[in-house]
Write a protein that binds this ligand. Structure first.
Ligand code: NAD
Length: 393
């Protein structure tokens, strides 16, 4: 997507109102590419001049028609998704409709309006389901669908397969074919990220981040938003004839390439905002049981009050079980080179938005966390009791 070679190319970004999609749109626009952002929600920031925003739902073909019909679109970045974290994870119908039905519609739209390239934003989770993976590569099989403990991961896996299977399929508009690839990112971070970081900071500020869990030597990965932007632009290029369509029909893992303990990764954020990093460490299984009970309570009570679960099972193993992947294929075939980033700009972003504990401010160190730990222990004991014992309580 080099501005010199294709100054008038148009791309469409589904989920372009979200954190990553918007960042990608801005980067492409700066390179001279015409950008259409497609999303049910507007971006949190002002839309730069030259970028077109189309409000619409990928579940509705008629909405997609408004965005596709007069675009002469060269590439679609399909980023929109639903159900990744928090209470969203528990709304299975919507997850299925957006992640699977929406992807079907995007494929239809590409065929119908002759879009030659489609880059799908997938996730590590299509492979990982709580098993230890060290330096895994793209030859690993998909996690069998019934082993996914959450519907988001299952539907991302179904959607990724559909996208990759569509590679080489004929376009409805002539002799050309659709070329597709999928990028599987680690957890995304960067300044202004709205999905994970505000939740983590709110736990820190409310005094709830008082323990870590799992083996301290467990390693996971993250990807800075700008590294992920770079990977998407390279992937789109690698679907072109000029690059021998090298990425056609393939998935690639994308991360910063620095496996790290999940909680240690966030240490600079905790300490940078003036809080103390917790010294209590709980066993992973205990926290997993707690997460299970949280999900169970949400299942029962969620219809009356759709509260934000403290943690879900998927979140527990994503943060506490070792899984990291090789970048070799992305480096070799896409030319991906992860740039070094740290959390300082994230700390600065939160401080600039009124967060952080000033010296002398006692903050919110109320003993709620102590009660939470006790509750966690009590509830976990219940999960080990046989159902008959529970019934007789
Ligand atoms: N955030 C992460 O840590 C992470 C990790 C791995 C993979 N991913 C993948 O990266 C992508 C981007 O993640 P993000 O963190 O920027 O998410 P995000 O929630 O900020 O963006 C997703 C966007 O999709 C939009 N959307 C949802 N349903 C839609 C619909 N029916 N029609 C149109 N738009 C719809 C949302 O409004 C949102 O703006 C997603 O595909 C996600 O699965 C994210």
């Amino acid at each position: 997507m080099d501005a010199q070679r294709s100054p008038k190319e148009t791309v469409l970004i589904t989920g372009g109102g979200g954190y990553f999609g918007f960042r990608l749109g801005c980067a492409l626009s700066q390179k001279g590419v015409r950008v259409i952002l497609f999303d049910i929600s507007s971006p949190a920031q002002n839309i730069p001049q030259g970028i077109r925003f189309v409000r619409g739902d990928i579940r509705r073909l008629s909405d997609l028609e408004r965005a596709f019909q007069d675009g002469d679109i060269a590439c679609v970045f399909h980023i929109a998704s639903y159900g990744m974290s928090g209470r969203e994870q528990l709304n299975q119908n919507l997850i299925e409709e957006v992640n699977v039905g929406g992807t079907d519609n995007i494929l239809q739209a590409c065929w119908r309006w002759g879009v030659p390239r489609l880059v799908y934003t997938s996730t590590f989770n299509v492979i990982f389901g709580g098993q230890v993976i060290r330096n895994g590569d793209e030859s690993l099989p998909y996690l069998p669908l019934h082993l996914h403990p959450d519907h988001y991961s299952r539907t991302k896996s179904i959607a990724e397969k559909k996208v990759l299977e569509a590679n080489g399929s004929p376009l409805g508009t002539g002799g050309d074919v659709l070329r597709t690839c999928a990028l599987r990112p680690a957890g995304i971070y960067g300044p202004g990220e709205q999905r994970h970081l505000p939740r983590i900071v709110s736990y820190i500020e409310r005094g709830l981040f008082k323990f870590v869990y799992g083996d301290p030597s467990s390693l996971v990965e993250f990807v800075h938003v700008d590294n992920l932007v770079q990977a998407h632009i390279l992937a789109s290029e690698a679907l072109k004839a000029a690059k021998g369509h090298i990425a056609s029909g393939k998935p690639y893992f994308i991360s910063d390439g620095k496996p790290v303990n999940n909680f240690e990764f966030f240490r600079p954020l905790v300490e940078g905002l003036g809080y103390t990093f917790p010294s209590t460490r709980l066993p992973l299984t205990l926290v997993y049981c707690f997460a299970f009970l949280t999900e169970l309570s949400h299942f029962v009570l969620g219809r009356l009050y759709n509260f934000q679960p403290f943690l879900t099972r998927t979140e527990v193993y994503k943060t506490g079980v070792t899984h990291y992947f090789s970048l070799e294929k992305a480096k070799k075939e896409l030319g991906y080179e992860a740039q070094p980033f740290d959390l300082q700009e994230v700390v600065d972003w939160f401080k600039a938005h009124g967060h952080g504990r000033s010296p002398g401010n006692g903050g919110s160190d109320f003993p709620l966390w102590t009660w939470l730990l006790v509750l966690l222990l009590v509830l976990s004991i219940f999960t080990w009791l046989p159902p008959t014992a529970l019934l007789s309580v």
